[in-house]
Design a protein around this ligand. Structure first.
Ligand code: NAD
Ligand code: GLY
Length: 356
């Protein structure tokens, strides 16, 4: 098990990664007033496990899925927290994927202006990315993560035990964020390429969790609230990824991020932000996960979602983050019609076929 410390201005955070992390969590939580937030799927799988290991916990179960990452579920959690008479030293435990982590974390940030927070991520995506770094949010009025707070958890416990029950599509989803990190971190990219034929094998992926957490921790330490620009690099592929997520809803966050990176590598190349070799290298990494590029009739609707993205700085334009190579990146503002032209290109691409 690896222990990774994250020092930010607001609050230090400690992340445990590896076998035994959950045992560490039970040790920390023993004797504390605990309020667990989880979702209906996770509860079905882990109800008896939770009751056995955290017998004193009050458990709030919310409906699973991104479409429930909204105002009404958030208030359901807050109501349950009030009914449970939580106090500021009670510990909110977000036990689930990124949706539960983002919403449970936001509820913890709001309740009495902040109660204690622990993240126990149960999806690969949440372990490699969303549980670390303190971003919490809900979606509102068709804008992803538009209401939220930066709120660091005291502890994050990433235990591979929970990954065994993940369906294949959720493993691919987590692989998406691993590949995004690899596009920013050469050492991880080398590892991904070394294991390119075994990228759906959990024994390989679970070993990359600590690599991703270490990388993200160093970025977040430099720019906790995404104000200096350093943290923005973690949004690679996300402008298009979020627009597709809102447009299609049914596929996974990580897969859409990969498709975003794929499309935005062409933008970077054509804008002269990176060399053709670097763009090709990004596409090669993306293609290792074989994301299926969706076909759509209405690119304008995709553009309308991208126009609402909170990263945009000018009305009527779409801001995309482009990898320029050597761990650096640039931002470009595209007009509505220019971005629409790129989105249309996805329809012509068909698939990100595997290139080895
Ligand atoms: P999710 O939370 O919806 O989980 C995916 C599915 O897996 C759900 O159906 C869930 O019930 C199920 N599940 C969870 N754990 C399981 C387990 N151990 N076994 C079987 N099934 C399990 O989605 P996600 O992919 O984990 O997270 C996506 C969310 O994370 C998005 O809302 C995205 O915006 C957010 N996100 C946040 C950050 C951040 O920094 N805060 C970063 C990346 C993504
Ligand atoms: N997932 C992007 C971030 O945490 O900044």
């Amino acid at each position: 098990m690896e222990k990774i410390e994250l020092h930010t201005k607001s609050r230090p955070s400690t992340v445990y990664c590896g076998e035994g992390a959950f045992a560490q969590a039970t040790e920390f939580l023993r004797g504390k007033d605990i309020f667990v937030v989880t979702d209906s799927n996770v509860f079905k799988l882990y109800e008896s496990f939770l009751k056995e290991h955290l017998p004193q916990a009050r458990i709030c179960v919310v409906p699973a899925g991104e479409r429930n990452k909204n105002r009404s579920t958030l208030f359901r959690i807050l109501d349950a927290m009030i009914d449970a008479r939580l106090h500021r030293s009670s510990v909110v435990v977000a036990f689930g994927g990124g949706v539960v982590g983002d919403m449970g974390g936001f509820a913890a940030a709001l309740y009495m202006r902040g109660t204690r927070l622990v993240q126990i991520p149960t999806t690969l995506l949440a372990q490699v990315d969303s549980s670390v770094g303190g971003k919490t949010a809900i979606d509102y009025r068709k804008v992803k993560n538009v209401l939220g707070a930066f709120y660091q958890p005291e502890y994050v416990f990433c235990d591979p035990y929970f990954l065994k029950t993940l369906p294949r599509r959720e493993i691919k989803c987590g692989l998406g964020e691993i590949i995004k990190t690899a596009a920013l971190d050469k050492a991880l990219a080398d590892k991904v390429l070394q294991y390119k034929d075994r990228l759906e094998d959990l024994s390989v992926l679970r070993d990359m969790v600590a690599d991703c957490v270490r990388f993200k921790a160093r970025i977040v330490e430099q720019d906790e609230t995404e104000s200096s620009g350093v943290r923005k690099c973690l949004n690679l592929g996300h402008t298009t990824g979020h627009a597709l997520e809102l447009l299609f809803g049914r596929r996974s966050h990580g897969e859409y991020v990969l498709i975003g990176m794929w499309l935005e590598s062409f933008i970077a190349q054509e804008k002269g932000v990176c060399t053709a070799e670097h763009a090709e290298w990004v596409r090669r990494l993306v293609s290792l996960a074989e994301p299926k590029i969706p076909r759509f009739q209405n690119a304008e609707r995709g553009v309308s979602f991208a126009l609402l993205d909170k990263k945009n700085s000018q009305k009527g334009s779409v801001s995309v983050l482009l990898s320029s190579g050597k761990g650096e990146y640039a931002e470009a503002e595209l007009s509505e019609s220019e971005y629409c032209g790129y989105l249309m290109r996805l329809n012509r691409t068909g698939s990100a076929e595997k290139k080895r």
